[in-house]
Design a protein around this ligand. Sequence first.
Ligand code: ADP
Ligand code: ZN
Length: 435
Amino acid sequence: MIYNEEFETLPREALEALQFKRLQQVVLRVYHTVGFYRKAFDDAGVKPEDVKSLADLKRLPFTTKQDLRDNYPFGMFAVPMSSVVRLHASSGTTGRATVVGYTKRDIEHWSELMARCFVAAGLTKNDIIHNAYGYGLFTGGLGAHYGAERLGASVIPISGGNTKRQIMILQDFGPTAICCTPSYALNLAEQGQAMGVDMRSLKLRVGVFGAEPWSDKMRNQIEDVLDIQAMNIYGLSEVMGPGVAMECTEGRQGMHIFEDHFLAEIINPLTGEVLPPGEEGELVFTTLTKEAFPLVRYRTRDVTRLIHDPCRCGRSHVRMDRVMGRSDDMLIIRGVNVFPSQIEAVLVGIDGLEPHYQLLVDREGTLDTLEVQVEVREEAFANADEVKVLQRTERRIVKDLKDYLGISAKVKLVEPKSLQRFEGKASRVIDKRKI
Ligand code: ADP
Ligand code: ZN
């Protein structure tokens, strides 16, 4: 089944004609409404009129996460606040989160795209969807919620957390589908089993999982423990939220990018050059219909490749492969995005620490774990109440990481000069997760 047959199966030529028309409009609009774009285009020596074909896209400058941060909170908006009906922000950032806005029409588009995703996953209005993506500033919860309602399915807005209660609802309400991060799906299964619940005999038949990297191995595991079909969904708040791309039940290899709304490119992250079809590189998006927060050539930092082969499902939209990694150092810990630099910013705000730290990321069972090791100053050891002081510092770090970044970490204070030193670029992250 296809939710929007007309647009999802548009023949390539018609699709590209539509993309070009929309691209011209976007470029013209951002140039005249967003100071950042006017300056960026002027600096690059391009005018909106220079975009005479889709191929001219590569003449336009990139937009980066740093640009969004520099224009915090609303500097990138292309409409007045009176036209904005919703605000969201990217997860786990200090003061300078990335704030995104939506007009009424943006929300309508987003809802439709999420409805398309659910249909691609094999769901209909007869399904009951247990939505365990977090509701709030994070785009996951409300994004999936509106899509489920648009489809006409029954949505349970359970949000994240409170796992025991989730398991009770799964048993009592009998949802047929579940949305959450893949690691949370495994966590639910594990806790359910521990409670003596036969998780395979629940009514669940489909899972729509995303917001963090996962593998086919993990897919098999989830499908096995929950006896469901596990489907991959991709999105990022800057571009819209969940629902930028979605796997279909026929293909199950790569996620269709909704190309009538988003233009995708793959670039070499080092040179910025556009790579030939099928090559692996960094995914770049230009939004084609967004009103409040349009993006031109936004560098996602996600590394993947595009699959241009036709898909059995009949959708003409190109597919993106699983995200294979990041071209920057962003970590995703239990669904929360965090950069080592943000952890560093928290550490430098605390007395008695040296600016030497290391991050150990691992996975215990189904849960991501983070251990922050940081050196303490020589003086801290000289102190008479040494142990007490160290304990207090440790607690303070744990609390600040939770308060400012929303992450739960174990903290280990280590002796001065005990951590590895680097010549050149420091690599402070040791990621032992095998996903
Ligand atoms: P979201 O609200 O969708 O989590 P964020 O902006 O917080 O959006 O995070 C987006 C990032 O999450 C993406 O850039 C990507 O790195 C990661 N991500 C989202 N979906 C997937 C997926 N299906 N597979 C791998 N990584 C994903
Ligand atoms: Zn398909």
